[in-house]
Design a protein around this ligand. Sequence first.
Ligand code: NAP
Ligand code: MG
Length: 489
Amino acid sequence: MKDVVNLSKLALPEPLNLIGGEWVPARSGGEMDVVSPIDGEVFARIADSDAADVDAAVQAARAAFEGGAWSELTAAERGRLMIRLSERILEHAEDLAQLETRDNGKPIAQARADMKVTARYFEYYGGAADKVHGEVIPFQKGYNVEVHREPHGVTGHIIPWNYPAQMFGRSVAPAIAMGNAAVLKPAEDACLTALAIGRMATDLGFPPGAINIVTGRGARAGQALADHPGIDFISFTGSPEVGQMIQQAAARNFIGCTLELGGKSPQIVFEDADLDAALPVLVNAVIQNGGQTCSAGTRVLVQRGIFDAVGARLAERFGEVEAEASDHDGATLGPLISAKQKKRVETYIAEADAPLMARGRIGEGAPDGGFYVAPAVFGPCDPKARIAQEEVFGPVVCMIPFEDEAEAIAIANGTEYGLVAAVWTRDGGRQQRVAKAMRCGQVFINGYGAGGGVELPFGGIRKSGHGREKGFAALLEFSTIKTIVNNHG
Ligand code: NAP
Ligand code: MG
């Protein structure tokens, strides 16, 4: 086991869960290794939790919500604590970023950006905690009708490994802002920054049970959380397969859920687009985080008259990209998260049912044990090709030609997913028409924003899931309405 993380101020998280304000080992004593994708080496350990740990965490959250110190705080006090946590995250941003890169493999520049976004979630939702108001509804004479927004109670949060710290902020911050008590099951492949931020929260005096963190395997700890009859709402980000099981478990418990399940997001480039502005964005929307981003812009639809020219430029740029160790400045593409994910992506590339236009490289210095994949551009792709339909979750992009606006819209909407889309054109009317025609949750015009955008409601339709995170919309998801009808005569 080697300690390569610069932990000047931050201790490497221990194999402990956060339950009711205490840091405790798994009840069974189970632990598991944490591997760094950069070199495949074990560098830390986490608790390998089961249903008993999840049950204890849910009970602790219940106690916090019903009569515990957490329930005693005013909305303003909750918000103030969250803003202090935001500041603490920023104070330790460099150490957290180093830890994130070691744990997840993402380029250090990306990890640094992630920490700013994570802090911003706690700042944004901390600031909003006391600004969600109810309503008074005009009703029959002699009545006063009030609509109150109330927390659900105990909220479950299951998050993936692609943006561990950001996902913690995105999912948990709006929930606790509304006064819920949260139980988080982060992903076994990368959860150390969530534990480190949890440690900051306990140090800052968050009341016991407000935030609980239970680490371990999805099929055991995650399933136990989804199935637990003591949770009142569940928020899930991950694969459609597991998302479907989460929704079934939620149905059995008669509770609501939000699902954020990824996508196959289109970027539509018309002949009149500003290509110099578009090209770097098109590349980054796939390379960012090794393509392991739910909103990665992995289908590039290009109008036929400029298809060859755009294809050549995109191929040239991708061909220059090198996958390399990501813990130094300047790295743009690091390893993928795990050997399993590398195999999945390489299988998609090897079996792709479209011509390969360009392939990047694995850098010579990339450690042998790491999970590196050279990026790939495919095209011209049939829009119905498997490689153009399924989420690969790696540095793989499909180029698809189209004739006109109608065909572009049909192709863009022609997958089972619907998360994000972009339209690149200088024609104002077309910008509006295409944006309105997109069947998805977020549309960019002459830009693209994978990640970040804390203020902007985000989420999908169909196989991309349902419910909205980010922005004020998330506060509404993490609360319910009570209507009080008073017949005052
Ligand atoms: P996944 O299995 O859906 O994992 C997401 C989260 O769910 C993790 O915390 C995982 O825990 C947990 N989980 C797994 N099985 C569970 C179960 N039976 N009950 C409750 N929770 C469970 O996704 P993955 O295997 O990491 O990745 C597979 C594919 O999913 C990727 O290639 C990608 O296409 C997609 N994906 C999408 C997103 C997104 O942002 N939308 C994120 C990640 C992956 P453990 O990881 O600890 O097992
Ligand atoms: Mg790891």
